[in-house]
Design a protein around this ligand. Structure first.
Ligand SMILES: Cc1cc2nc3c(=O)[nH]c(=O)nc-3n(C[C@H](O)[C@H](O)[C@H](O)COP(=O)(O)OP(=O)(O)OC[C@H]3O[C@@H](n4cnc5c(N)ncnc54)[C@H](O)[C@@H]3O)c2cc1C
Length: 371
């Protein structure tokens, strides 16, 4: 049986690995001229580490990662709003890994048979019978996997009535600074703005900033210096150690929930299925889970009739879970981006009172996943 995976991001490459391991012939069509990621850091949470382990990729990722368990949330002066017990989080849920995106993508790419990778192919249209129209012609397969991200051509082709991406109301900057001494990953919440940082394995620091802003607005490093002036150390030092060309700036979108991830021989994974706000650091983690579940659903499938049952199983398993994560992530973003002084004072007070055990338990529905 043959599968074509559309998109060679984390979701697409992980799915290609899973399908290859399940005995399928795979081809990955990627519009970029080569497989790779620009960019920043990525938190691989314990659920996704288990997904990587089940793809045989946990150890190569561990070799490139540092411990990424969140130490907690601070206010702009550096006082703790909630302090996580990192050891307890690790004991309860497993390992957190902080990696460079490019490293994770390279580990995935290296596991896909080289002849399966087709960069420079732009997908234009997808049909439910497994036909894909693209810049190099037309291809067909028993299974087509739409892993083409938040502006998915697959979703546009076959989910014609689906609403377009919805702007979350805040814009995001990501960057990697030159090495600055930073012990642990921390996020700081202000009024309608957040700043987070996490050390990477080579001493550099992955930083992100999020701010309420109209869609399409927001600039570069100068704006970050201005917005975060006066925030606690090491935030100004991290910005001072960042080059302008290291800053990636994007508005934040999520996709409205679908009633199915399957149309005929076509299935969606990753952001194409359930693009979410980044507040839980789960977008790529859920894509890795999708890959594992899809690979296991289609293992041993030899006919299209049986494939339909396998895809229905994937949909039943993945849709409720991923949509729950989309909703939780949105809710956290709403609270994190409150901007009225009274609401922020109330929020910060409530966070200071939250017992550590409640904080640890709150992760269970997401992190308890096993392959
Ligand atoms: C600021 C920010 C921080 C984040 N932090 C985290 C985090 O810490 N942890 C985490 O798990 N997630 C995080 N995420 C989410 C994560 O980045 C995404 O969920 C994940 O990258 C989705 O992977 P994907 O493969 O589904 O889609 P994408 O990464 O978007 O990949 C889609 C691929 O398809 C290709 N493509 C698109 N259209 C076509 C076409 N027509 N033809 C051919 N190819 C096409 C693209 O070039 C791309 O390579 C974050 C997101 C943001 C915005």
């Amino acid at each position: 049986m043959k599968a074509i995976v559309l998109g060679g991001g984390i979701g697409g490459l992980a799915t290609a690995v899973a399908l290859d391991r399940a005995g399928w012939q795979v081809e990955v069509l990627e519009r970029a001229p080569e497989f790779g990621e620009v960019g920043a850091g990525l938190a691989v949470l314990p659920n996704a580490m288990r997904a990587l382990d089940s793809l045989g990729l946990g150890d190569p990722v561990r070799a490139l990662a540092v411990d990424g368990a969140q130490a907690g949330v601070q206010d702009v002066s550096g006082r703790w709003l909630s302090r996580a017990d990192a050891a307890e989080l690790r004991r309860r849920y497993g390992e957190w890994a902080m990696v460079h995106r490019a490293d994770l993508l390279e580990v995935l790419r290296a596991k896909v048979p080289a002849e399966a990778l087709r960069p420079g192919v732009h997908v234009r249209e997808v049909h439910a019978d497994g036909t894909v129209v693209h810049s190099a012609g037309t291809s067909t397969a028993d299974l087509v996997v739409g892993a083409d991200g938040v502006r998915s051509a697959t979703r546009r082709s076959l989910w014609e009535d689906a609403a377009p991406p919805r702007y979350a109301g805040y814009t995001t900057w990501r960057m990697i600074s030159a090495p600055v001494p930073v012990r642990e990953p921390v996020e700081t919440w202000g009024r309608g703005m957040r700043f987070g940082y996490a050390p990477l394995a080579d001493g550099r620091v992955y930083c992100y900033a999020v701010a309420n802003a109209p869609e399409g607005s927001g600039g570069g490093l100068a704006e970050l210096h201005e917005r975060f002036a006066g925030w606690h150390d090491p935030i100004p030092a991290l910005l001072a150690a960042t080059e302008e060309n290291a800053v990636l700036h994007h508005d934040t979108y999520e996709l409205p929930c679908l009633s199915t991830y399957v149309r005929g021989s076509v299935v969606l994974v990753g952001d194409a299925a359930h693009a979410m706000t980044p507040n839980l650091g789960q977008g790529a983690c859920q894509a890795l889970e999708d890959a594992v579940v899809l690979g296991s659903a289609v293992r041993g499938v030899r006919t299209r009739a049986v494939l339909a049952d396998a895809l229905a199983r994937y949909d039943r398993e993945r849709r409720p879970r991923t949509q729950m994560v989309v909703r939780r992530s949105r809710r956290i973003g709403e609270v994190a981006h409150w901007s009225s002084p009274a609401a922020v004072a109330l929020r910060d007070g409530a966070m200071r009172l939250m017992p550590r055990s409640t904080f640890v338990r709150s992760f269970a529905p997401i992190l308890d996943w096993t392959a």
